[in-house]
Design a protein around this ligand. Sequence first.
Ligand code: AMP
Length: 176
Amino acid sequence: VSAPEGLARLIRDVPDFPEPGIVYKDITPLLGDGAAFRAAIDGLAVRVASAGIAVDRIAGIEARGFIVGAALAARIGVGFAPVRKPGKLPWETVGAEYALEYGTDRLEIHRDAVLPGQDVLIVDDVIATGGTAATAAHLVESLGARVSGFAFLVEIEALPGRVAVAPHPTVALLTL
Ligand code: AMP
């Protein structure tokens, strides 16, 4: 399996998880298949390069963005910066709140995770509304780095995530 259609078969739809009405895109079958996982990361790296996105560092969003982002960082040969839920990072952080359907959530990053002037690619497994990725981008920019683009395994076609993170270039391996 290496063609995107083959990889799409390894993304499992789980209806009504984590709550009624959400169709959860479960990437664990893809992660469990070594050849598919490698093909997915290679495919994402090709799309990032083809889009002309410069990458000095990758910022991956907890938790599945760590898996995809760290693999892509190692593949491209750049450093990885974890963007985490509150209270997880041990050193000095900056954080930002963002709105969820009900209530708010918060993301944090170490102050030295990205450097002023660096081109940073934001990575996660799935982009839905784009609120999470936009918040990670805001944190990166607050530290003086540039957001050069966004990369996801899956873009949810019915939702306006790509618009929410515009005008930065966005690449996705699969649009489902
Ligand atoms: P959003 O901020 O709406 O773009 O949501 C993106 C975040 O929520 C990412 O960290 C995704 O992993 C997760 N997420 C949102 N919707 C889904 C979905 N349908 N399937 C799997 N993960 C999702």
